[in-house]
Structures are given as structure tokens and as C-alpha cells.
Write a protein that binds this ligand. Structure first.
Ligand code: FES
Length: 417
């Protein structure tokens, strides 16, 4: 190995961000680099590189899945639904410290949802393949931080939310680099320049030049070329993977994939029973907790200006409570697009609340046995007879009360105009 080769090897090591000095020392840059097997790579890798591998694989798979899952989820792009990106942004605008920013992007909610899904796919692919690795990991950190400030912001205490640990995990991966571990040689060398070390000094030659063909040609790492090329290839790969969602969505049986969730939280789909206990399930999606799908009840008319009817007395009386949906265009202070719950109290009066749990945003349900509004995710209980005051669970904030008008003659319950 010549001195020049050693310098190139050192430069390459610096630019791949290896935790260890080099995986395959002694390899001449002008020779084809043999691709070691996975086992060999693991044996040669440093302890820190091996230790970070589970985190890298988990994050990569999770973000890839989360992005693809969004593209497969019809509810996520259904602007009229509360579980859509439109409904989620409306919910974030009420609680997030980034509310001014959320207001700015609300008119572009659907393209923004698409962008987030593709970004998650790119980040996942970058983590798994090593393409633009640090850029992908930094992107994962930023996205997770944004999710924490929006979707997970109402989570108290903060350690119940997963988006913040995701953000710090991505920062760790971005600082460490991939160490060359499980990164194909073609990707590691992407962006290298071929240089002619001729008698007139080093000069670049077309990258198509074959190193074996001419003596004096060597391959040199180039940080800027590597960054641009790897980022471009990663973007193209993310678009290619994202485009697969169209045929998959077309071939999937209807009725599947109608949930959107987040790496840190879960999505709740209330049962069709007006007073049923919702079922909860967590789906990995970097992006916090999504507002839940609303329940049943008479379809709300488009405006609340005239006091929109959201349920019938008979519907509520049947089981003592009924889930409703607040119209997506409801003006403030109504939580537009949120699910709501109407409860009949023992004294025969009716009360209504926003059914989005103040802990992590799951949809609450009615527990007829204990006559409380109950959250199925972490067990928060609210007293319907006392302005939804918290009876127990990981939140201190009561549910938002909704003003309603009960028309006994017409048998209807409406949101007050
Ligand atoms: S979301 Fe945690 S208790 Fe409701």
C-alpha cells in the first residue's frame, strides 16, 4: 500500500463517518473492493458500531413502514375525515406551540401529508442502506422533533410519548455514522472521483474510466459529490418505493389500512356502537398520536351556524351515551373534526364533550358500568356530571365541554349555534 493509498484510505474513513478506523484496511483504491459477508462485517466492526445496529435497523424499518402505511391509508388523505392529515393539523393548531407554523401549512395539508410520507420512506431507506446516512438520520431527528411539538405535545408527563426518544435516537445515529457496517461498497463509493496521477499532477477524468485500464488512475473520495449523489439516489429510491403504494392500494382488499398512527402513539377506532368501548391499537408511525375516527350518530350538516344536529335523543338514550362527530368546518371554539361524546346524566339532562382524550389523543368511550367516560389507551377517567373532571389516569385536564341544545319536541340534540 503506497503512501498515497493510505491517505485516500484515511480520507475515505473520515467521510464515511466510521466509528472504527476502517473496515477493510489495506485495500488498494485502484482495485475492485471485495464485498465481505455480513458475518465478516459484524466480526470486524467495532463494539459501538455493532451496538447501534439494532437501533438503526428498528428506526429504519419503522420509518419505512410508517411512510408506506400513510400512503396506503385512505383515511389519511380523506380531507373530510378527522383522522386525515387535514383533521390532524386542525387538532395540532389548537394545542401545539408550533401553531403559527401549522396554520401556515394547513391550506397545503394534503401535499404536506404526501411529503411527510415520502420523507419517512427516504429516512427509513437511508438508515437501512447507508445512503446519505447522516442526512437521513438528521431528517429523522427533525421530523421526530416536529412530531413531538405537535402530535405528542399534549402527552403528560413527556416520557409517555415516544417521539422525543425517537428524536434523540436519530441524533445518536447521525453523530455516529454507519461505520461502513452493512453498507454495500457501491453505496460507500458513490460520489468518489477518479483522478489521474499523471506527470502533470492530479486531474479528474470521467468517472466512467476503468481504474484497471490505465496506470496512475486512483479513486478519491469527494465529500461534496458523495453528499449530492447519495442524496439524489436516496430521493429517487424513496419516490420509487412510494410509487409502489398505488398498485398495492389498488390490490388490497377494501376495509384494510384505514388507520393512521405514530411511532409514539396509537390510533383508536371507536366501535360502531354509540356507547361502545373503543378498541385501541398502536401502529408505528413517526408522528405522534393521530386524532381518532369519529363514531356514529346522525351525519352532521355542513355548518353549525344554525345549530347543527349531531344526534337524536333516542340514540343517546339507547345506551346512555353516543359518539358524534363535530363538523370539520365548525368554528372556534368547537374542535372541528374531532369526535365528541354525548352523555345522558342520571337527572335526565344531557352533556357533550370533545371525545379526544387530553392525555394522548385517543378517543374516549362510555363505561356504562361505572358511569364514567373512559379512555381505553391509558385508563384516564372523566366525570360526565362534573364538567368531565379527571377522576384518574395520566392527565390533569378535563375534556372540552361542548354547548348543546336538546330539542325534546323534535327529539334532536344539536351543537349550539
Ligand atoms: S390517551 Fe392516555 S389516557 Fe387517554
Amino acid at each position: 500500500m503506497t503512501r498515497r493509498d493510505r491517505e485516500v484510505q484515511r480520507a475515505r474513513t473520515r467521510q464515511t463517518g466510521n466509528v472504527e478506523p476502517a473496515l477493510w484496511p489495506g485495500t488498494r483504491p485502484s482495485e475492485p473492493v471485495p464485498e465481505p459477508g455480513i458475518r465478516e462485517q459484524l466480526e470486524r466492526a467495532s463494539v459501538p458500531a455493532r451496538a447501534l445496529l439494532p437501533l438503526r435497523l428498528f428506526f429504519g424499518v419503522t420509518f419505512l413502514y410508517a411512510g408506506f402505511d400513510k400512503l396506503l391509508d385512505p383515511a389519511f388523505f380523506d380531507a373530510s375525515g378527522p383522522a386525515s392529515i387535514v383533521g390532524q393539523l386542525a387538532a395540532f393548531a389548537r394545542v401545539s406551540p408550533l401553531a403559527p407554523l401549522v396554520h401556515l401549512i394547513q391550506p397545503f395539508a394534503i401535499p404536506m401529508g404526501l411529503l411527510i410520507a415520502i420523507a419517512e420512506i427516504a429516512i427509513g431507506l437511508g438508515a437501512l442502506t447507508g445512503l446519505a446516512y447522516r442526512l437521513a438520520a438528521a431528517g429523522g431527528a427533525v421530523l421526530s422533533l416536529v412530531f413531538w411539538l405537535t402530535a405528542s405535545w399534549t402527552t403528560h408527563p413527556y416520557y409517555y410519548g415516544a417521539d422525543l426518544p425517537y428524536a434523540f435516537g436519530w441524533v445518536t445515529l447521525a453523530l455516529a455514522g454507519h461505520a461502513g457496517l452493512l453498507v454495500p461498497t457501491a453505496i460507500r463509493d458513490l460520489g468518489n472521483r477518479v483522478v489521474d496521477q499523471g506527470p502533470w499532477g492530479p486531474r479528474g477524468v470521467p468517472s466512467s474510466a476503468r481504474l484497471r485500464d490505465r496506470p496512475g488512475l486512483v479513486e478519491e473520495p469527494s465529500a461534496s459529490r458523495r453528499f449530492v449523489l447519495q442524496a439524489a439516489v436516496l430521493g429517487a429510491a424513496a419516490l420509487a418505493v412510494a410509487s409502489l403504494a398505488a398498485p398495492v392500494r389498488f390490490l388490497r382488499p377494501s376495509g384494510t389500512g384505514n388507520r393512521t398512527a405514530s411511532a409514539g402513539g396509537g390510533t383508536v377506532t371507536p366501535t360502531d356502537s354509540p356507547a361502545g368501548t373503543p378498541s385501541a391499537s398502536g401502529t408505528p408511525q413517526p408522528g405522534g398520536t393521530a386524532p381518532a375516527t369519529a363514531g356514529t350518530g346522525p351525519a352532521a350538516t355542513p355548518s353549525v351556524a344554525q345549530g347543527v344536529t349531531v344526534s337524536t335523543i333516542a340514540n343517546v338514550d339507547k345506551q346512555g351515551a353516543a359518539l358524534i362527530r363535530i363538523p370539520a368546518d365548525a368554528p372556534s371554539p368547537y374542535p372541528a373534526g374531532d369526535p365528541g361524546i354525548i352523555v345522558k346524566l342520571p337527572d335526565g339532562t344531557y352533556v357533550a364533550y370533545d371525545a379526544t382524550c387530553t392525555h394522548r389523543g385517543c378517543t374516549v368511550g362510555w363505561d356504562a358500568q361505572d358511569s364514567v367516560i373512559l379512555c381505553p389507551c391509558h385508563g384516564a377517567a372523566f366525570d360526565p356530571a362534573n364538567h368531565a373532571a379527571v377522576l384518574g389516569g395520566p392527565t390533569n385536564t378535563p375534556l372540552l365541554e361542548l354547548p348543546i341544545v336538546v330539542d325534546h319536541q323534535a327529539g334532536t340534540i344539536s351543537l349550539r349555534a
